[in-house]
Design a protein around this ligand. Structure first.
Ligand code: AMP
Length: 192
């Protein structure tokens, strides 16, 4: 049983395929006895993921900044809702709780969270597995940009080992189990 941090979009306007993946992932987390940690929102994929995890008997911890709580963007009925000072404390808290990170499709908030956690891993600040769920090729362009970053020597080849790309919710938990181990000492590879 693990605590899985999931980053995902808050938009309500996205394709049904993305909602299905969020729904399915929530069910799988609940079935596996894992705890979901996420941004605590009620809308979009964030809401769908939390609802399906709760529906299937799972535990959900939401971590939401005070201003979003005041805007009433949080989900009611979570196992636990942590209201934190700001976005930075939210991301620090989520990372401190997580045994693994998963990025479903999302907008700039999700991209920022994903890229920050990859950056922290590159610097040896975190070592947990990172899984990118590339539903309908949503992340293809970002993955091409990572290729380019390696080609142009902004990153090392071994930095690709920081994340695993899967195409569906069903592949997420196996990918976490099979992720290549990362070490805080890999900080020494951060300088290129
Ligand atoms: P995005 O991928 O841009 O939709 O961003 C998802 C992230 O944006 C979340 O983790 C939150 O930081 C933030 N966010 C944006 N809008 C909302 C909302 N209505 N409710 C909760 N979080 C939101």
């Amino acid at each position: 049983m693990q605590t899985i941090c999931v980053y995902c979009g808050s938009s309500t306007q996205v394709d049904e395929a993305f909602f299905r993946t969020a729904d399915e992932l929530g069910g799988l987390l609940a079935a596996g006895g894992d705890t979901l940690v996420y941004g605590g929102g009620s809308l979009g994929l964030m809401g769908a993921l939390a609802q399906s995890t709760l529906r299937d008997g799972g535990r959900v911890v939401g971590v939401i900044p005070q201003f979003m709580y005041e805007e009433k963007w949080h989900m009611e009925g979570l196992t636990e809702l942590r209201v934190v000072t700001d976005m930075h404390e939210r991301k620090r808290t989520m990372a401190a709780l997580a045994d693994a990170f998963v990025a479903l499709p999302g907008g700039c908030g999700t991209l920022e969270e994903l890229l920050e956690i990859i950056t922290w891993k590159q610097l040896g600040l975190v070592t947990q597995p990172i899984v990118i769920v590339n539903v309908n090729g949503y992340y293809d362009n970002l993955l091409q940009l990572f290729d380019r970053a390696v080609e142009e020597h902004f990153m090392r080849e071994r930095h690709r080992e920081m994340w695993t790309v899967v195409g569906s919710a069903a592949e997420v938990l196996p990918a976490i189990r099979q992720a290549k181990a990362w070490d805080t000492g890999y900080r020494k590879f951060a300088a290129i």
